[in-house]
Write a protein that binds this ligand. Sequence first.
Ligand SMILES: Cc1cc2nc3c(=O)[nH]c(=O)nc-3n(C[C@H](O)[C@H](O)[C@H](O)COP(=O)(O)OP(=O)(O)OC[C@H]3O[C@@H](n4cnc5c(N)ncnc54)[C@H](O)[C@@H]3O)c2cc1C
Length: 334
Amino acid sequence: MVIETVADNPAAPYGVAIIGGGPAGLSAGLQLVRANRRIAILDSNRPRHSATLRSHGFLTRDGAPPLELRRLGREEFETYPTARFSQAMTREITPLSADEAREAGFPDGIGFRVSGTGLRGSSDVEIVARRVLIAAGLTEELPPFPMIRAYYGTALHSCVECDGFEKTDKPLALIGETSDLFARALLISRFSSDLIVFTNGADTIRPEQEAELGSIGIRVERRAIDDIVGEKADMTGVRLADGEVIPRVGGFVRPRWHASVDYFGDLEIERDDWGLVKVDERGETSIRGVYAAGDTVPPGPQQLIIAAGNGASVAAKLNMDMIRGALGVGQVDE
Ligand SMILES: Cc1cc2nc3c(=O)[nH]c(=O)nc-3n(C[C@H](O)[C@H](O)[C@H](O)COP(=O)(O)OP(=O)(O)OC[C@H]3O[C@@H](n4cnc5c(N)ncnc54)[C@H](O)[C@@H]3O)c2cc1C
């Protein structure tokens, strides 16, 4: 078996292959290189928040451009000699047999072969690692209005905690078709009472919820939407299928989310009803040795600092799993 290793120790395979170099993956990577682990991060550099110009709420970095945050994180990770960061799209992850894993130097007989296709001139990745951490975020499906992408990340956002403050007292829209629309409307009411909830014809707000929203001045618009309209970069309204344009300068949209784990091929990994990767209290998925953190796991999209914190917390569990696995003392004390 060919084992690709980092230059300064050609004999050592990787401790953890991390799929995704966003806040969850970079934060886990930093903790693990600081635990003297050899870590490879594969990142396709397509973060969900790349649509936005500024990210908010990350302590000490409030208002920083999202790509700047990632650059700083990557620089800190790469300071360590056992760190490897590859711009690569993960193509395939396959478990090694117990014999192959031991032959690769993995004492508990657990290991994975990880392949990735290099992007933007980077070389392909072919490595083996004792453990895998999925920190690959989510793919996002916006409602199918032709112009919605043009305003997403500037006038329209999905995370109320991240972008609500900048929308204080503005005429806002909340667009969505899922059952959490009522709760989202309540959250947005902290920022503006000039709010219209657009259900695009979906029956997701119950009459008593509509009455409660009405009591604080929030209207529910159930007619189907045709498109988002605007002048140049500025959103000016929501056009309904019957042609009426309701003036709005921005607001929130509720996308549908899905965690894509195609690289496991036929190997099944347990997901919840939303398609998010299920984990136990230690952050391990239904595949032994594969962990997950950040937006990829339930309850799904949260915030940068939460993803980073989750990455650090799962990294600690992963490190302990590898220590205990080497000694054969089980994962937790009885
Ligand atoms: C428009 C928008 C604005 C936002 N604004 C804010 C904000 O102001 N403040 C805030 O706290 N949060 C904000 N968020 C939420 C925040 O971006 C996420 O909670 C956070 O990025 C999740 O981190 P993560 O590491 O789990 O995933 P991500 O940051 O999405 O990173 C996942 C990484 O994995 C990579 N990847 C995916 N598949 C593969 C693969 N097969 N192989 C290799 N790499 C792969 C992706 O390219 C990506 O780089 C915003 C989100 C959006 C959509």
